[in-house]
Ligand binder design. Structure first.
Ligand SMILES: [Cu+2]
Length: 644
């Protein structure tokens, strides 16, 4: 208990005090608690940078990355950086804070992320770095690009280093540093976790307007399945992240930089975006024109970078967020996890935290809003109820006149819709808690997208669906493919209770054939370390029965709370060959739709479609590996003799 108090910062200690002022706690106990906390705080202030935040420390500002640092003159940039310790405010400017190291331009405030270096190609960069902390600092990325990760510069405590280099190749990069703190994924995660900044080299010619976003992760301990986190975008955590606003039809260009030691599958609600280039701190590779596809989720690896293009086609409020739930949940936020559940999860604006950007798309030139709610040609009900045999499990059921009721139970029943057919889905909440349903990958009006307290257009705001209440979602899915539906409230707990399912949209005039169309939905019981990996709701999925010579479509969906899965398929000791067809419901370009060995990683929020045509009878072994938790699911496909 004492050790824990030492490790938590001052503001949180204050929160504890506030939380402890409950009728159950006597005044002497409260006084004792205060004395313990005070003693711990004094001890911690000496060495541990994650200890109590010293009120004399300078405030660290959030950097929106809109202003390049330094002075650019006659093809040379001169920039002078300090490394100091300061107080980091990831939420409100008067909210909780953390004691961390940060970069700042000399004479200006410290910043998270650090000052952006942004120059035209072939600029000479002259950087002076003053290390004003009591630790030596190792800096990566202060050199021309492409570069090497192990090309580092050591700046000893109390010393200054000067570096001069030219930009090298244009692209989106970053610099980052360590100051002796513990690492995860090769990156610092605690007191030195925010020592990074954007390094953008613009190609010759007029710069295209864009925005630069840096993902930061502060975590209270190394074990990813146990830590309480402070995930930030440009130094702020939802709902304190910047609000973006664009006119309808704009060309929205973003640079996303991930210096953190965690992966982040970034998901766009209600539309698709394009990845124009990808790389890491040291390189930036344009995606060739024939390989560019639109996606709704892009998996950013540890250290990864992307530049994206998004052309919003619908007005309203949208979100772009990480699909790792511990990066977007109040339950695992370092600042919020000790707060009683009431309030946090019933206030629609507080059901998310961390890596979420809110974007408002407004009509162009004041054109009046025209909402075209399609007249439904099909009506069904989605009933959400507790499992009678296990009240911790929740069940989606689909009820449709003239059809047998489909009951789910981790996962929900596969919802099969028809392209361009307007559907009205009446969601009925029979739980004791509020919920909402997000139609993941479907292009629809924001109001029906399932983000309570945020979604909608103008004064119309998507409500949460309170216990005993209902909500009707209306949409006409404009493209056929593989998608999913899932809860978007109290996600960690509701998702691990079973509130997710596959959503298949078929072309007009076709029907779903379960003989040749296989849904392979990966999920996980349990919020974090507890539970197990599931394929179609089972740890021991039934074998697939396939026929040689027949063409099958495999629809792979990852809706685990937090983890990516490595998928392999092997026949006769060799990787199976399959043909990628689609990603996130969008058909791949012909150059990508070619036979390839069946081995890849799928991240939460992604769907992939592959086609296979087994050539001969025998067995195919599919393995699904969750490396971090050492969990594995195996499924055998028995291939019977050729179709006559
Ligand atoms: Cu993430």
């Amino acid at each position: 208990m004492l050790a824990k108090k030492i490790a938590i910062p001052f503001r949180v200690i204050l929160r504890d005090n506030r939380l402890l002022v409950k009728p159950s706690l006597s005044i002497p106990k409260l006084l004792m608690h205060f004395l313990i906390v005070l003693a711990s705080a004094v001890r911690a202030a000496g060495g541990d940078a994650s200890g109590a935040v010293d009120s004399s420390l300078p405030r660290i500002g959030a950097n929106t990355n809109q202003h390049p640092s330094g002075i650019l003159s006659e093809g040379e940039l001169t920039v002078e950086l300090d490394i100091r310790e300061g107080a980091f405010y990831p939420e409100d400017e008067s909210g909780p804070s953390l004691q961390v190291f940060a970069f700042g331009e000399r004479g200006k405030e410290l910043q998270i992320p650090g000052p952006m270096i942004r120059v035209p190609q072939d600029t000479r960069i002259h950087v002076t770095i003053h290390n004003l902390i009591a630790r030596d600092v190792l800096i990566h990325g202060m050199h021309s690009r492409p570069g090497k990760n192990d090309d580092t510069v050591q700046v000893a405590s109390g010393t200054t280093r000067e570096l001069t280099f030219s930009t090298g190749a244009p692209g989106a990069y970053y610099y980052w540093a360590t100051a002796g703190g513990d690492t995860f994924g090769g990156r610092p995660y605690k007191e030195d976790s925010q020592l990074h900044g954007a390094f953008i080299v613009d190609p010759p010619g007029a710069a295209v307007p864009d925005r630069v976003f840096v993902i930061g992760m502060w975590r209270d301990r190394q074990a990813a399945q146990e830590s309480f986190d402070v995930p930030v975008i440009n130094g702020k955590s939802w709902p304190y992240t910047e609000r973006l606003k664009y006119p309808l039809g704009s060309e929205v260009r973003w640079v996303w930089l991930n210096p953190s030691g965690n992966v982040h599958p970034m998901h766009m609600h209600g539309s698709y975006f394009r990845v124009l280039s990808a790389g890491d701190a040291e390189r930036s590779d344009p995606v060739s024109a024939s390989r560019i596809i639109d996606v709704s989720t892009d998996f950013m690896p540890v250290g990864g970078t992307i530049t994206t293009l998004w052309k919003p086609e619908r007005t309203g409020r949208w979100i772009f967020h990480c699909h790792i739930l511990v990066h977007v949940s109040p339950e695992t936020s370092f600042f919020h996890h000790e707060t009683p559940e009431v309030g946090e999860h019933t206030d629609p604006m507080n059901h998310m935290a961390g890596l979420v950007m809110g974007i408002t798309i407004v009509p162009r030139n004041g054109t009046p809003l025209v909402h075209k709610s399609p007249k439904p040609q099909r009506k069904l009900q989605l009933v959400i109820a507790k499992d009678k045999s296990n009240p911790k499990k929740f069940i989606y059921s689909i009820v449709e006149p003239g059809h047998p009721t489909q009951m789910g139970g981790g996962p929900g029943p596969t919802l099969v819709l028809t392209r361009n057919q307007p559907v009205a889905i009446h969601i009925i909440n029979q739980l004791d808690e509020a919920t909402s349903v997000h139609w993941h990958g479907i292009e629809l009006e924001s109001y029906y997208d399932g983000v309570p307290g945020w979604g909608g257009d103008g004064p119309q705001v998507t409500p949460m669906i309170a216990p005993g209440k209902s909500f009707e979602a209306l949409f006409a899915p404009p493209r056929s493919g593989t998608f999913m539906y899932h809860t978007h409230m109290n996600d960690l707990s509701q998702l691990s209770s079973g509130l997710y399912g596959a959503l298949i949209v078929l072309p007009e005039g076709t029907s779903f054939n379960p003989e040749t169309d296989k849904v392979l939905l990966l999920s996980r019981n349990g919020k974090r370390k507890d539970g197990e990996l599931l394929l179609n709701g089972s740890t021991t999925p039934a074998p697939l029965i396939l026929r040689a010579g027949m063409r099958y479509r495999l629809r792979l969906i990852d809706i685990l709370a937090n983890n990516s899965i490595i998928i392999n398929a092997v026949q006769d000791g060799k990787p199976l060959e399959w043909i990628p067809i689609a990603k996130d419901g969008i058909d791949l370009a012909p150059v990508q739709s070619v036979a390839t060995p069946a081995s890849f990683t799928i991240a939460p929020g992604e769907t992939y479609d592959f086609s296979i045509t087994p050539e001969k009878s025998g067995e195919i072994e599919f393995t699904y590996d969750l490396k971090l938790l050492d969990e594995h699911v195996r499924q055998v496909a028995t291939v019977t003799s050729e179709v006559r």
